[in-house]
Design a protein around this ligand. Structure first.
Ligand code: BGC
Length: 757
């Protein structure tokens, strides 16, 4: 019987492998034949990716796309919205070019298309891979219904410096969590069959190390050891490759002194040869010509370097199109290199089914019925609430529906700010604000009064820079004091003050680095005045990055971090404030006490002079602040309390490929049904290279009713102990390991095992 089952399984697997092989063979044959017919200029056209002028996301955009398409000079176009426009452009490609090669349409569908989910940093705080995948699936469905076949997502750059505005687009500081998210996102977008009209090609970015930009300044230099690259920064990209991602975007920064856009080691050696990536590589927006400013050559040279490195498609730079013919004639590149790049792009189009039907994604009926549906919005609301992190709760939350609420703050009624950065497909006029969410939730009983209380920033020029793309909060011309007085007046008759404060949507994201991580002074002043009333103040915190919240943590009654939660943010916030949903998000990035501590991350090294608890001379520490974060990685409260039982290990002495079972009972001792993210960390005590003091190796999000206990079991094998040694060889080493379990990276209980080869 067992034998039969095994036989059937083997048969099925070999059948799948065989059918994949024959599919690949058919693709190679088709693309090969097409390539043979193409002129050099037609091939170069395929490598060219201009931006549509529909909306611009970078510094410049190429114009007059239609005539370029007709001239055969375009392989794909990005950031063009609507089936009508996409169909029109596709018709030019199909009807007016010699070989009728369809265009590839891309877009930054980063956290939803029209139905917007939380920003990625918020999504990662759900620690729920099913939800993450689901959000990507819905995004793919909506985008493809509107003509889009390719998204520039997921962004999986490890982020450890909250000054960098793009931490909002990533999954935080941890390797393991980030890799799990990379996998879930790729699968969510691409599904199991790319040729289906509702799946889209994913593009993992920004390869590589973009999150390590020095000083948190966007586009800045990165420089790190290979050991750190391989052990920490590379794994999330690699996880996306292993999950079958179809394309990769190279980053703006340099790696080992060579810009990623022209880095042969990074693209050709690591990505293609070591990781066996067989999709295509696209540059970032003008990333190739930017190599001139990096100082590695003139326009012709940087384009040569980029193609030679293995970049296939040139986003906006137009240099592949305009310089490679000359470089070919001069023998600087080979015909085979151009052919290879073109082949990879044609293969992507083939996989998407565009040669079968170039209009596969141009279905007006789908566009009308499958985008921003009630069902998708309902899911976005559920997911949004799961991303919130309750940072503090002095027993004021949840509050009863009959309380009198004063809702105050510049973000309380700011539609444009709900969806956050990179929500280019959003219709912000439909976003739900906190004011609307609370008012609707309370209905007839509603007793919500509102005052704006302050501007986003005191400094008008700073405010302008932080609201450049229209996600603004109309500036109020009253003085700060007049606005505060109004807020105090409105709050006077209330039981609870809800202060909706923090960053505006454009204060994080691309080109939005900050050197000060406080809530803007104008708002902090307001908050202080509200707290001084003596009434309970709940801070509903909008942010795209970890902020420094020492004063807030010490003085307000509760802090609910809501990130930028998407089109349904306001309803989801009301759900949590009123206790319809119990918050369960946990931080994926440490919140520092002071900006001077950054980069600050839990999985750091021990150093030769580790600190005990507080300042000691000649230890690795600061004079003026401890080494601890304000809120650690993995931290987040619930309306319930969870009691961790004693950790149990299946063995404390292990050999070779054995499996270690780590189990712990978790009990809900509170009054609400709630979810808890149970976290497993290890520490490799002695290694041939130094090892982090903690590394996440497992997590499980469980739901418990009041009084209920569940046993959580983790299994560890030597695979979890492996790391890249100084020869960059992936292996594990015998010795002692700490095994830690807890509700966050700080509050863990620890046991020891010895594991030998
Ligand atoms: C960003 C990318 C984005 C691209 C296209 C660039 O400026 O770095 O993340 O995908 O623009 O909009």
């Amino acid at each position: 019987m067992k034998k039969n089952v095994l036989l059937i399984a083997v048969l099925i697997i070999s059948q799948i492998a065989y059918s994949q092989k024959s599919k690949d063979a058919a693709m190679h044959q088709f693309v090969g034949k097409l390539l043979a017919k193409m002129t050099l200029q037609e091939k170069l056209g395929q490598l060219n990716l201009p931006a549509s002028s529909d909306f611009v996301t970078g510094q410049v955009s190429s114009s007059d796309i239609a005539s370029k398409v007709i001239a055969g000079n375009v392989g794909g176009v990005f950031n063009i919205r609507s089936v009508t426009k996409i169909k029109e452009l596709q018709e030019y490609a199909v009807n007016k070019t010699r070989l009728k090669i369809p265009l590839l349409f891309g877009m930054d569908v980063i956290h939803g298309y029209r139905t917007i989910f939380p920003i990625p940093l918020g999504m990662s705080s759900t620690w729920d891979m099913q939800l993450v995948e689901r959000s990507a699936r819905i995004a793919a469905n909506e985008a493809s219904a509107d003509g889009i076949q390719w998204t520039f997502s997921p962004m999986v750059d490890l982020t450890r410096d909250p000054r960098w505005g793009r931490v909002s687009e990533g999954n935080g500081e941890d390797v393991f969590l980030s890799a799990a998210i990379a996998k879930a996102m790729v699968h969510g977008y691409q599904g199991d069959d790319l040729s289906l009209p509702n799946t889209i090609l994913a593009c993992v970015k920004h390869y590589a190390l973009y999150g390590a930009a020095e000083g948190g300044r966007d586009y800045n230099t990165t420089d790190m050891s290979r050991v750190r690259m391989y052990n920490e920064y590379f794994p999330p990209y690699k996880a996306a490759i292993d999950a079958g991602v179809g394309s990769v975007m190279v980053s703006f920064n340099e790696v080992d002194g060579i810009p990623a856009s022209g880095n042969k080691w990074l693209v050709d050696d690591v990505l293609r040869r070591q990781w066996k990536f067989n999709g295509f590589v696209v540059s970032d927006y003008t990333g190739i010509p930017e190599m001139m400013a990096h100082g590695v050559g003139d326009f012709q040279t940087v384009n040569v370097k980029s193609l030679q490195a293995g970049v296939d498609m040139d986003m906006v730079g137009e240099g592949f199109l305009t310089t490679l013919t000359k470089s070919l004639k001069e023998g600087k590149i080979s015909q085979a290199q151009i052919d290879k790049a073109c082949e990879r792009i044609l293969e992507a189009k083939y996989k998407l089914g565009l040669f079968d039907d170039p209009y596969r994604y141009c279905n007006a009926q789908r566009s009308a019925t499958e985008v921003f549906t009630a069902a998708n919005r309902a899911e976005a609301r559920t997911i949004a609430a799961q991303s919130f992190v309750l940072l503090k709760n002095n027993q004021v939350l949840p509050f009863a529906a009959n309380k009198k609420i004063a809702l105050v703050g510049p973000l309380a009624n700011a539609k444009e700010n709900m969806t956050g950065t990179w929500s280019v497909g959003a219709d912000n006029s439909k976003s739900i604000t906190v004011l609307k969410g609370l008012t609707d939730a309370l209905g007839e009983r509603g007793n919500v009064v509102y005052a704006k209380g302050s501007n986003l920033e005191d400094d008008i020029e700073l405010e302008k820079r932080a609201t450049m793309f229209g996600k603004d909060i109309p500036r109020d011309n009253r003085t700060a004091d007049e606005m505060i007085q109004e807020a105090l007046k409105v709050s006077a008759g209330s039981d609870i003050i809800v202060a909706a404060l923090g960053e505006g949507a454009e204060m994080s994201g691309e080109s939005a680095s900050r050197s000060n991580l406080d809530i803007p002074e104008a708002q902090k002043r307001l908050l202080k005045a509200l707290v001084a009333t003596g009434k309970p103040v709940v801070l509903v915190l909008f942010t795209g990055r970890p902020l420094t919240l020492n004063w807030e943590a010490a003085n307000v009654s509760a802090i609910l971090n809501v990130w930028f939660a998407g089109s349904e943010a306001g309803d989801a916030i009301a759900d949590v404030l009123l206790g319809k949903v119990n918050p369960s998000g946990k931080l994926s990035m440490s919140f520092p006490q002071s900006v001077g501590q950054v980069p600050l991350y839990y999985n750091h090294k021990n150093t030769g002079r580790p600190l005990g608890t507080w300042f000691e001379k000649y230890r690795s520490n600061y004079l003026d602040v401890s080494n601890e974060p304000l809120y650690p990685f993995g931290y987040g409260l619930s309306y319930s309390q969870f009691e961790y039982g004693k950790m149990e290990l299946s063995a404390t002495q292990l050999k070779g490929n054995q499996t270690l079972r780590v189990s712990v009972d978790i009990k809900n001792t509170g009054a609400f049904t709630g979810k808890e993210v149970v976290q497993l960390y290890i520490r490799d005590m002695v290694g041939s290279i130094t090892r982090p003091v903690k590394e996440l190796k497992g997590f499980d999000k469980i739901e418990l009713a009041p009084g209920q206990t569940k046993k959580v079991i983790f299994e560890l094998t030597p695979a979890s102990l492996k790391f890249y040694n100084s020869e960059l060889k992936l292996d594990w080493e015998s010795g002692d390991f700490q095994i830690m379990v807890g509700p966050n990276a700080k509050d863990v209980s620890t046991m020891k095992v010895n594991w030998v080869k």
